[in-house]
Design a protein around this ligand. Structure first.
Ligand code: ZN
Length: 319
C-alpha cells in the first residue's frame, strides 16, 4: 500500500516537472503579446507581413508535398505494372491444377498486351486451327511436330500448371506471363521444367508428342487471357514465326462473341474505334476533351465510373 502511494507521488512529481517549463513558456509568450502595444504601426505592419510570408511558404510546401504524393502514387502504380502486371490482373490467384481457374475474375473490357519478347513454341505448320471442330470448340492452334522435338516458352513467365489429362491435353503445361497472357502446351512427351519454375522466352520447356486425345504428334498451343481463349492466329503469324504486332489489344467483346456465337469469326473491328493509353497526369475529362466525347460516354465505353482510378498504362476505348 505504502509502496503504491509512493509510486503515485513520484508520478505526480514527474508530471509537474514536465508541465512547469510549458507554463513558463506560455507566460513569456503572453508578456511578449502585451509588449506589442509598445511597437510602432510601421513595425506592426512589417511583423504582420513577415508572418504572412511564413504562412504562404508553409502553404506552398503543403501543396508541393501533395503534388509529390500524387506523383509518387502514379510512379508506384507504374512500377507495380512493370514488375508483375499479371499479379494485379489475376488478383494474386495461382492455381496449379486447372487451365481455366478464373471464374470469379473481373475481365477488363480492353487490355493492351505486350508481345515484344515473343518466341515461337515450335516452327511447324498449322494442322488444325482455333474454332469449332467436329461439334466441339477447339481452343488452340495445332502445330505439326515430330515426337521428341523441343517445345519453347512463347514468352518469359512462370510454370503454373504441369499436369496429365488422359482424355484431353495429355501431358501439358500452362505458363503465366507478365504481359497478362497464359499459354498452354498440350500432347507433350516429356517435361523439361517443374511447376512454379521461372522461364525465359524461347527457353526449352518440353518435348513434343501425341499424349492424350491426339491422332498424331503435334503441339496443341493456346493463348488465354484471364482464362478466356484467344485465337493464337490473331496474335502469331504462323507462316513467318513472329507476332503481327508488338502489342495485342484484348477486347472482352471479341471473347464474348466467341462464347455467344460459338464461332471464331470475330465481329469485324469498326474502323472508327480508337484507344488511348493512359499517361501520368491524365484525367477522364482531359481524355474526353481530346477525343471529343463526354466523360459519361467514356465511362460507358469502358464500363468504368467517374470515380475509377486511372492507372498509368491502361488502355481506354475512346470512340
Ligand atoms: Zn489442339
Amino acid at each position: 500500500m505504502i509502496e503504491q502511494l509512493k509510486n503515485i507521488f513520484t508520478g505526480i512529481a514527474l508530471i509537474t516537472l514536465f508541465i512547469y517549463p510549458t507554463n513558463v513558456l506560455l507566460a513569456q509568450t503572453h508578456s511578449e503579446n502585451e509588449s506589442m502595444s509598445e511597437l510602432t504601426t510601421e513595425e506592426i505592419t512589417r511583423l504582420n507581413n513577415n508572418r504572412k510570408l511564413v504562412a504562404d511558404k508553409a502553404n506552398m510546401k503543403a501543396e508541393t508535398a501533395a503534388i509529390d504524393s500524387i506523383r509518387m502514387h502514379f510512379e508506384l502504380i507504374d512500377e507495380a505494372d512493370e514488375m508483375s502486371p499479371a499479379d494485379d490482373l489475376y488478383d494474386g490467384m495461382w492455381d496449379n491444377q486447372y487451365v481455366k481457374a478464373y471464374s470469379n475474375v473481373t475481365i477488363p473490357d480492353v487490355h493492351l498486351i505486350d508481345l515484344s519478347s515473343f518466341a515461337m513454341p515450335i516452327e511447324g505448320r498449322i494442322t488444325s486451327p482455333f474454332g469449332p471442330r467436329r461439334g466441339r470448340f477447339h481452343y488452340g492452334t495445332d502445330l505439326k511436330l515430330q515426337t521428341g522435338d523441343t517445345v519453347y516458352a512463347a514468352f518469359e513467365g512462370r510454370v503454373r500448371v504441369k499436369q496429365y489429362e488422359k482424355k484431353g491435353y495429355g501431358y501439358y503445361l500452362v505458363l503465366r506471363h507478365p504481359n497478362g497472357l497464359e499459354t498452354v502446351y498440350g500432347h507433350l512427351s516429356r517435361f523439361l521444367v517443374v511447376v512454379d519454375e521461372n522461364v525465359e522466352a524461347g527457353q526449352p520447356i518440353a518435348l513434343g508428342g501425341s499424349t492424350g486425345r491426339s491422332t498424331g504428334p503435334h503441339l496443341h498451343f493456346e493463348c488465354r487471357f484471364l482464362g478466356q481463349a484467344i485465337d493464337p492466329a490473331d496474335i502469331v503469324d504462323f507462316n513467318n514465326f513472329c507476332t503481327y504486332e508488338e502489342q495485342y489489344i484484348f477486347e472482352k467483346s471479341k471473347v464474348n462473341s466467341i462464347s455467344v456465337n460459338n464461332s471464331n469469326k470475330y465481329t469485324a473491328q469498326n474502323g472508327s474505334v480508337t484507344y488511348y493509353k493512359i499517361k501520368q497526369g491524365d484525367t477522364l475529362s482531359t481524355i474526353a476533351k481530346k477525343y471529343r466525347v463526354s466523360v459519361d460516354q467514356l465511362c460507358r465505353l469502358n464500363g468504368i465510373k467517374i470515380t475509377t482510378t486511372l492507372r498509368v498504362g491502361r488502355v481506354l476505348r475512346c470512340s
